[in-house]
Write a protein of this length. Sequence first.
Length: 327
Amino acid sequence: MVIGVLASITIVSFNGISRQATVVSIKSDLSNSIKRIQLYYIDNGHYPVSYNTNNCPEGPIDPRYCLMPSKGNELSYSSQGPSYLTYSLDNKNTNSGIVYRITNNSLASEVAPLASIGSISGNAGTGDTITAGVLSPAGATATYQWQRADTVSGSYTNIAGATNNTYVPIIADAAKFIRVVATGSNTYGSSVTSSATSAVLYYAPNGNYYISSDGTLKAGVSVALSGATYGSIFAQYWSDSTGTWGGAPSYAKLTNNKGIHIYSTNARIVFDISYVLQNNMQFRPSSTINIYLPQLFITDSGYDGEDGNYENWAVPIGVSGSYITVQ
C-alpha cells in the first residue's frame, strides 16, 4: 500500500516537472522569436506578412528574421494587412499539446489549442461562396486565411484580403485548389489547415458571347459581326412541291454546362450544332446569356416520303447579326 502511494506521488511529480520543462522550452522559443520579429519591424517598418514552412518571412530569405523553434515545438504566426503593424505568434508543443501565445511582443500566455477544422462547404466555382469547416473543440474562435495552389498537393500561397470564414473564388482561382488556415484567437491557439477543394470551376458570367474563328464561344461581341438584334432563330426546309419555306423555331440549351446545343426538331428535320466555351469555362444551369450567331446554312436533298418529291433542306440560324438567349 505504501509502495503504491509512493509510486503515484513519483508519477505526479515527474509529470509536473516534465510539463514545467516543456513550458520553459516554449517560452524560450517565443522570447527568441520576439527579437527576430522586432528586428524585421525595425528594418522594414512593419511586421512580416507571413512566415513560410521554414519559419522564414515570405520573400527574399534573410536568416536574421527566421525563427528557430526547439525540437517538438511548432510556431504559428499571423499578421493582419494592409499595414501589418500587429502580430501574434503561437508556439505549440506537439507532444503535449501545450500552446503559448505572444501578441505584439507581450508576455507569453497559455491558450487552448485548436484540434481540427472540418471540410470546406459550398460549390467551388467563381462567383460562389464557400465556407470554412467547423472548428474543434466546439466553441473555438479563430482568424482565417484562404490560400490557393495550382495542384491539390502543391505550394499554397495566401490570397490577399481573404481573411473571413467565407470566400468567393474569382477568375484568378479558376482551375486552382483552395484551402483555409484557421488560427486560434482569444483563448484558443495554434493553427489547423483544411483539406483542399476540388479544382475551382470557371463559370461564364452573364452577358454577350460570340462564335470565334476557332469555333469556341467567347465573351463579348465581335465588332465584325455587329448588327441588328432578333429574338429567335429558325430551322426551315424548302419544299419542291409547294415552293415555300416551312419549319419550326429552333431553340438552344446548355450541354453539360460547358457549351450549347442549337437545334430544331419537327416531322421533317433534326438539326443539332454544339459550341464549347473557351478556357474551360462553363455556364451555370441558371445562366442568361446572349449568343451572337452568324448566318449559317446547311443543305441536304432527300426524299421525304410524304409527297413524293425531293426537297432541299436549309437551316438558317437566325439572320446575320442575330442574338439568341440561353437560359
